[in-house]
Design a protein around this ligand. Structure first.
Ligand SMILES: [Fe+2]
Ligand SMILES: [Fe+2]
Length: 256
């Protein structure tokens, strides 16, 4: 059928947009946060009253989204790796590289966790988000390193053979310059006692993009066990300063 044969009216198109912003899951309605819609270039969210008026017999989703992998009642870091992180391979390759390089368990864990901000949450400022998520559960050397790799990856360190990544020239253009806040962060990080831990994230990071590399999360279960303080109540339910972040990852389409 020719799509022009039956042009949509404006209100039909508005309805379709509204439909794209929510999903009906049986008796529940899952909604998108404003941030999800901003990813499509729109600052908007579905209006609660309008959605409810259009679906008077349905309630909004206030828990697990049945379209996503099921999380256990007391989720561990491993559960998030298996059910909520989108690109495991890069993290595992980076950590494997650090392990083979004979680095300390803190460096290996920092490499394993360095991009969970991207893998599970958001790209922008992912080092900061990732560090905040893990801060209550790891040595401050590890969270500091994850936070600072955000800035350090843009600056070479010839003393350990780290060059500005070729990939960034391809990705961002040859004339890309990090913002002043990143430059200032780098300046602060350079003289910090944990500088080298964060630097090692960047060193192990750039070799970590082989889609065929054989890696296994099981190789890191012991290191996680010794270096990540898994809360008994489960991540998200332990009343830590980052519990809400883990819950949001678990229930990203909850209405509130
Ligand atoms: Fe990163
Ligand atoms: Fe990375």
């Amino acid at each position: 059928m020719n799509e022009h044969a039956n042009p949509q009216t404006l209100s039909e198109r508005a309805d379709q947009l509204e439909e794209q912003m929510m999903h009906q899951l049986g008796e529940r309605i899952a909604t998108k946060s404003v941030l999800f819609n901003m990813g499509d270039g729109k600052v908007k969210m579905a209006s609660g009253p309008a959605l409810k008026a259009a679906n008077p017999d349905k309630y909004f989703l206030m828990g697990a989204d049945p379209r996503l992998p099921k999380m256990p009642a007391k989720p561990t870091l491993i559960d998030f790796f298996n059910n909520r992180f989108a690109s495991l391979n890069h993290l595992l390759q980076s950590a494997t590289h650090a392990l083979k390089g004979g680095h300390s368990e803190k460096v290996v864990l920092a490499c394993l966790l360095h991009d969970i901000g991207v893998a599970g949450f958001i790209r922008c400022d992912h080092g900061y988000w990732g560090a905040q998520m893990i801060e209550p559960y790891v040595d401050e050397e590890v969270s500091w390193a994850v936070r600072m790799h955000q800035a350090l990856r843009f600056f070479p360190d010839p003393s350990v053979g780290y060059e500005y990544p070729e990939m960034y020239i391809k990705y961002f253009g040859a004339d890309y310059k990090p913002e002043p806040y990143i430059v200032a962060e780098y300046e602060r990080a350079r003289n910090h006692k944990h500088y080298m831990t964060s630097r090692m994230i960047t060193v192990n990071d750039i070799y970590s993009f082989d889609p065929n590399a054989k890696v296994d999360l099981n190789d890191f279960v012991d290191i996680i066990g010794r270096n990540f303080k898994q809360p008994e109540e489960g991540l998200g339910f332990d009343n830590s300063p980052s519990s809400h972040m883990w819950r949001t990852l678990m229930w990203p389409t909850r209405f509130l």
